[in-house]
Ligand binder design. Structure first.
Ligand code: URA
Length: 230
């Protein structure tokens, strides 16, 4: 893990303030001042902030940039799973907070904290999730209004909850929903006569997929990010 993530994870500092503390020489690694935010540290490193020994919280929270072709489920003998992207020593006790289809890319959260993931996935809490959706057909104002009001999905009795749509281009939208029904985005677009060609989740609540993470990469959430799921 990078030193700035460690500091942001082990203290109340944001990542930006963690970087400032490091460059100001307030952080020591193995008893030597370390001014480089990207320095790799391990669980064995002795890390202090102004002389105070730091440790990571017991519960663990990770964000992962899920590539296409990888399934979210914890075990699957046929296909690679998102868990395979993590080093073996990190995998213990982690579960997913909100699955993605195999062909969907983007933000996947994994944690050891069951109450925390419940706040993300529970239909009662309504945690918003934002997807960038590439469409096969042009989307018009009528279809956007329907998606925002709620649409009836095939074989389901109740319409989807109100959603919000930001039209980025003729065939590109950001769609924010606060439910997690089966294949919900693809079925919502099918319900307004369109078809999803590409799907990428980039935000859950206030947690945004780190643009520094390439597909297949992961990092620990900062304490600030983990706390944002209240
Ligand atoms: N909706 C979908 O259709 N697929 C996903 O992976 C997530 C939301």
């Amino acid at each position: 893990m990078r030193l700035d993530y460690f500091i942001a994870n082990a203290t109340a500092l944001s990542r930006r303030d963690a970087k400032k503390a490091i460059s100001a020489g307030r952080v020591q690694v193995d008893e030597k001042a370390c001014r480089k935010a990207g320095t790799p540290v391990s669980p064995e490193s002795l890390i202090t902030l102004e002389g105070e020994l730091l440790s990571l919280p017991v519960e663990r929270y990770l964000m992962l940039h899920k590539p296409s072709g990888v399934i979210s489920a914890t075990t699957d003998s046929q296909q690679p799973t998102a868990l395979d992207l993590l080093p073996t020593d990190l995998r213990r006790g982690l579960h997913i907070a909100g699955r993605l289809d195999a062909d969907t890319t983007g933000l996947l959260l994994r944690t050891t904290d069951g109450q925390w993931s419940h706040r993300i996935t529970s239909p009662r809490v309504s945690c918003p999730k934002t997807y960038r959706v590439t469409l096969s057909e042009t989307i018009d104002a009528g279809a956007i209004a329907l998606l925002e009001q709620g649409v009836l999905l095939r074989d389901e009795p109740t319409p989807t909850k109100p959603a919000s749509v930001c039209r980025l281009d003729e065939r590109l939208i950001d769609l924010t929903i606060s439910e997690g029904r089966y294949h919900q985005i693809k079925r919502m677009l099918a319900a307004v006569g369109n078809h999803v060609e590409g799907l990428h989740r980039w935000q859950i609540g206030a947690i945004v997929l780190d643009p520094e993470l390439a597909p297949g990469q992961y990092r620990e959430l900062t304490a600030e990010e983990a706390r944002s799921v209240a």
